[in-house]
Design a protein around this ligand. Structure first.
Ligand SMILES: O=c1[nH]c(=O)c2[nH]c(=O)[nH]c2[nH]1
Length: 286
């Protein structure tokens, strides 16, 4: 038996970047958390401690800030592409760079005043290898609720099943979605807004018999409306709302008073894809 080094990568996680752009008294704001992970010919440092091929993670962090000054931060996908391409083209031992960006929205309150938006976070993950580039955009924490138009019945029952069937329930989730682009060149802002709108419309306009059905409908709606997107992965927690039992107080409850559940929660996950698109790079699966 011999012991060998398996897959590895290294980088700087969660570099916090705020970039202010000044146009006279009117400022604009970009707020990113950036992750960099590099892989390639890095066996020596693991096997012998020879660091000749190791670009320090501290340098990666510095590069994020220097690029924000030199190039501006721009759209998350654009900034991630710039950084990933830089590491692959400037470091011969680096074969792949994965740059992730979480972008936090700030709503304008005045020329130089802002309010942090808490309703969702935009994400981008770019992987650049010597041969290929892959751009994944996404959203997390997009919380949606339909107070009706949701049923759940006809499911399997065994001796442990207690869940009552329902033809009218609250359906709520916090959407965590990632979608893979067909190319590395798009109007990223427009594409994101379009995909977000399609996800929301898909949720709102689906009469649901399960969160699984809603997932497929949301994903399909994105692919039908956005030609530049190859496939989409959705992770949807089922934010259960339980009907409160008001019978001890001689009160009826016609789907009006609910207990918002916390844990545990159902977790519905799925990919919706076009059947004619090329295979994803590994970044998709991480
Ligand atoms: O939409 C749902 N899908 C399920 O698989 C499930 N399971 C469950 O208990 N409630 C629900 N709701």
């Amino acid at each position: 038996m011999s012991i060998v080094l398996g897959e590895n990568r290294y980088g700087k996680a969660e570099t916090r970047l705020v970039r202010v752009s000044r146009d006279g008294d009117t400022h604009s704001l970009i707020d990113f958390t950036v992750g960099v992970a590099l892989s390639g010919d890095l066996a020596a440092t693991h096997l012998t401690g020879d660091n000749a091929g190791v670009l320090p993670t501290d340098t990666m962090k510095n590069t994020v800030y220097a690029f924000a000054k030199e190039h501006g931060a721009g759209e998350p996908e654009e900034f991630a592409l710039l950084l990933a391409r830089h590491f692959v083209t400037s470091q011969p031992q680096v074969r792949a760079a994965r740059v992730s960006v979480e972008s936090f929205g700030w709503e304008r309150l005045g020329p130089h005043s802002f309010q942090r938006r808490g309703d969702h976070t935009r994400t981008a993950v770019v992987t650049v290898t010597v041969e290929q580039t892959e751009v994944i955009s996404g959203v997390t924490g997009l919380t949606l609720l339909n107070s009706t138009a949701s049923e759940f019945h006809g499911f399997v029952r065994d001796k442990y099943t207690t869940l009552p069937e329902t033809t009218d329930r609250i359906l709520a989730t916090a959407v965590d979605a990632r979608w893979r682009h067909l190319t590395d060149d798009a109007d990223w802002a427009k594409s994101f807004e379009g995909a977000l709108d399609a996800l929301i419309k898909g949720f709102v306009n689906t009469y649901s018999h399960s969160l699984q059905q809603t997932l497929f409908s949301m994903g399909s709606h994105v692919l039908r409306t956005r030609d530049e997107i190859a496939e989409i992965r959705l992770v949807l927690p089922n934010k259960h709302h339980y009907l409160a039992d008001l019978s001890p107080f001689d009160l009826t409850n016609d789907n009006e008073v609910f207990i918002a559940g916390d844990r545990p929660y159902g977790l519905i996950e799925g990919t919706v894809t076009r059947d004619d698109v090329p295979e994803a790079l590994t970044a998709w699966y991480q």
